[in-house]
Design a protein around this ligand. Structure first.
Ligand code: ZN
Length: 312
């Protein structure tokens, strides 16, 4: 090897080392595969109570079984009736699976992502790749990790139905919790994490529950690939307040702390163009890995900083 080549290679190694050193725990290929399947035309936009939603559930349920999550309802399925102005139907179904924690008194973290979307309108399929096949894919791979590496808390993985119908699925869950309400410490909600022209992922909720910011600050500081921003959780007029923007609103309304991960609205948001082809694969994989690191950190540090709600 010529000496100049040697120095060139050495320089490359030095330059790429910081990225190479950080191991990505979430498998990129599997993550993308989940989105591709959930956002396929054959699932017709996964509208609540539709055949497409049922097909989505078959896929998710198969993965829950493969990971050997504990079903908290028969076949993981919590059924409920949807009664909204836009739709009334009886086949709303949340999929709920548990991974038992190592500490019996740590309590429960509910990890959620909604799998429903808008279905077909005027003959056009709204595939919902970013909203929210992306969040569900992250949930599946996070569950995959914790199925092999036991968490401290009980982790309850909720693929919620009917978020697009005023969170009817999350409301059915909170009204019929499959465990003790006092054990529920946190909702960790993921909704839209795969498209951001500014390479930005937001964390919302910490202004309501400042302890979360403290606990996550080290993970945020370590993140080098994407820009992590706190916010969208105050009535400040410059930014949209997302406190009631997704399923975490149901938890917040009953004073259960939440933390939410998502991107700002983009040109494909709630459009037929929200397809697998339009997601930013690099950003998505990085965002999913960051969300995973955040949950890992909270699982290791969260409960001991919390007092029961009555004493706050
Ligand atoms: Zn959504």
């Amino acid at each position: 090897m010529k000496k100049s080549n040697y120095y060139f290679i050495l320089l490359l190694v030095v330059l790429t080392f910081p990225l190479a050193a950080k191991e990505q725990k979430i498998d990129a290929a599997r993550l993308l595969q989940h989105v591709k399947i959930l956002a396929a035309d054959s699932l017709s936009g996964r509208r609540t109570c539709s055949r497409g939603a049922e097909l989505a559930r078959n896929y998710l349920r198969g993965y829950f079984y493969r990971l050997q999550l504990q079903p908290l309802f028969e076949s993981f399925s919590q059924k409920f009736t949807v009664e909204t102005e836009r739709l009334t139907c009886t086949e709303g179904v949340n999929l709920i699976g548990l991974i038992k924690g190592r500490k019996t008194d740590a309590g429960t973290i509910v990890v959620s992502a909604h799998y429903d979307h808008l279905g077909i309108k005027n003959g056009e399929i709204f595939n919902g790749a970013d909203d929210n096949a992306s969040g569900v894919a992250a949930l599946l791979e996070i569950a995959n990790y914790f199925s092999k590496n036991k968490p401290q808390h009980d982790l309850v993985f909720c693929a919620f139905d009917a978020e697009e119908l005023n969170s009817a699925g999350a409301r059915a869950f909170i009204e019929n919790l499959p465990f003790n309400r006092e054990n529920l410490k946190l909702n960790f909600n993921i909704d839209m994490i795969s498209i951001s022209p500014k390479n930005e992922l937001f964390i919302a909720g910490a202004s309501h529950y400042p302890v979360l910011k403290t606990r996550l600050s080290s993970v945020v500081q370590k993140e080098q690939r994407i820009n992590i921003r706190w916010g969208h959780d105050t009535p400040e007029p410059r930014y949209q307040d997302w406190t009631f923007a997704s399923d975490h609103r149901v938890f917040h309304r009953v004073q259960i702390p939440f933390i939410y991960f998502g991107v700002e609205d983009h040109s494909f948001y709630h459009q037929p163009e929200d397809t697998f082809e339009h997601i930013d694969q690099d950003f998505f994989v990085d965002a999913a890995n960051f969300v995973f690191e955040a949950l890992l950190q909270l699982d290791n540090s969260f409960s001991k900083f919390l007092r029961p709600p009555a004493q706050r």
